[in-house]
Design a protein around this ligand. Sequence first.
Ligand code: PAF
Length: 281
Amino acid sequence: MRAIVASGELVAALRAERCAGASIGFVPTMGALHAGHTALVEAARQRHDLVVVSIFVNPLQFDRADDLERYPRDLGRDLDAAAGAGVDVCFAPSTDEMYPCGEPVVRVCAGALGAVLEGASRPGHFDGVATVVSKLLALVSPDAAYFGEKDYQQLVVVRRMVADLSLPVEVVGCPTVRERDGLAMSSRNSRLAPEERRAATVVHRALQAGRDAVIAGSPLDEVIATMARTVGEEPRASLDYARVVTPQLGVPQGPLSRPLRLLVAAWVGQVRLIDNLEVVP
Ligand code: PAF
C-alpha cells in the first residue's frame, strides 16, 4: 500500500493509474478503521482495479471542539488496518494540506437536507461533510465512492450533492455492519465504558421495536413513541431523537407506506450514537 500525505502527489499518482486504464474505487473515512470500513473496502475491491482510502478528521464537520478533540486518532494502526484490508493507496493529509488557505470561504451547502435530524442537533455538520467530500472527490476523481448506510442522512446528502453539482462519480451505499448484539459499528464505540457498551444496544433494539410497530400497522406517532419508550427503558441512555422518514428524509404523510427509514440518535454516557433501519415493502 502506498501512503500519501500531499494532495499533489495523490493527484499525480492517480492520474497515472487512470491513464493506464485503472478504475478507481474510493472510501472516504475519518480513520479509527473498523469492520464497517473494511466492508466498504471489500465492496470497492470487487469492482475496481485500485482502491483508495482517505483518512482525515475533518474539523469543518464538528460543531463542538471537545468532540473534535476526543475523536479517536491512531494513524499507525489505521495504516496497518488499511494495508491489511487490501487498500492500494491511503491518503492521510494534514488539516493544512486539506485547507491550504485556512478556513474555507467557499463551501458546499447541504441546504434543507442538512438542517434536519443530525443537522438540527449538529448545526453546520452536513455543510462540513459536503465540503470535504466534494474536495476529496475532486482530488481522487474516482469512478465510484462508497459510503455506509449507518450514516444514512450523510448518504442522502452526498447523493444529492453529486446530482446537484453533476459530479461524475457513482455513489454506492453499503449496508451497516453490526456487532453480534446489534450495535452498529462506529468509531465512537471505542469511547464507551463497558457498562455503556452493554447499554448501547438499546439503540438497535429501539429501531427493531419501531420496525415491528410499522409492520403491525401502527400509525406514525405510535411508532415514534415505541422507539422513544424503548430508549427510555435504558437508564444509561438518553434520547436525542427518534424519527420515521421517507427514503429522501421527508416526513411521511397519511397512513405509513413503505419503504421507510427509522432513525434514532441517543446519548450513552458522553457518547452520541446514531443508527437507522430500513422498513421495506
Ligand atoms: O463518514 C465519515 O467518516 C465522514 O463524514 C466522511 C464521509 C469521511 C467525511 O469527513
